[in-house]
Design a protein around this ligand. Sequence first.
Ligand code: WQD
Length: 339
Amino acid sequence: MKVLVTGGAGYLGSHTVLELLAAGHEAVVLDDFSNASPRAMSALGMLANREIAWTEGDIRDAGCLDDVLGGGGFDAVMHFAGLKAVGESVEEPLRYYGTNVAGTACLLERMEAHGVRTLVFSSSATVYRVADTEDPAPLGENAPTGAESPYGRTKLIVEELLRDLCAAKPDWRVSVLRYFNAVGAHPSGVIGEDPTGVPRNLLPCIAQVAVGRRELLEVFGNDYPTRDGTCVRDYLHVVDLARAHIRAVEYLERRPGFAVHNLGTGRGHTVFEAIRAFERASGKTIPYRIVGRRPGDAPVTLADPERAREELGWTAEWDLDRMCADLWRWQSTHPEGFE
Ligand code: WQD
């Protein structure tokens, strides 16, 4: 299939482009490079051993979308382009709704106009209601939703828009993929997460301490009701996540309509366990300081990945040690990211 990958120069998008090509599909990238480097495109080309077509553009620019989609022959779109910093979304909700909701609506209108009606949408576990019970069950796709941040609400609203679209237009095929905590990097160490500005997520923060870009890690609370007092998350290797997208778009070829799948391992690790895993992988000591809790953090968030296993034939394969080893190989060879 020929697939347009919006946000394809970014962390998750670039890893997915590689897996699309490895599976024998064609990929064309659309990215505004607001949170990605054009150097990611040359790195992708080198890894894929071929030129990868890309266009710089914004999903809110209908003319740009018409030029790209009009260029022809797309079978599907994988939509990663969007703003994704939870904290920032609280300060700048209009920018988040404008890009994540209005931008996606613009993309869908232009897809409809060009007869492209297959979409894989990058959603997030943030759409689930935060369970503040001590030992919440792993989240299935029918778990109650209720986002706690503007970022999460934009994801939820787009999911409902897509559900309504599929109900109205039976020829649309939509896969919503709810990501748990994607971490790590391609084993080559040639591409990886290159957060613009100060990273907020745990593993990029740990990696920046290990490579000397940050003095120490702040641990946001160790008084949670968990095995070591720090929060538990379902960390997932970014390559496993990318591979799920191939299964999802191939699933849509067989099955029209609307589908939702959680992407996670079903296994959880605490912050301290992640720190120790990264110390093992890097051989570095990660100095840290315990500080106050971060508002909105749930004690435990875990996926129930059973539906993806059954319906997509997908299971995450790589464990936390592998995630840390691959992340360290990227970070240690690219201390300043793509620059
Ligand atoms: C994990 C744990 C922190 C940084 C978020 C989004 C989610 C998805 C992934 C987009 C928490 C602790 C973190 C630090 C710390 N993104 N932590 N010190 O919050 O589970 O998920 O990112 O889709 O939507 O919500 O991930 O990596 O930010 O935090 O102690 O410097 O690490 O408190 O317990 P989170 P995270």
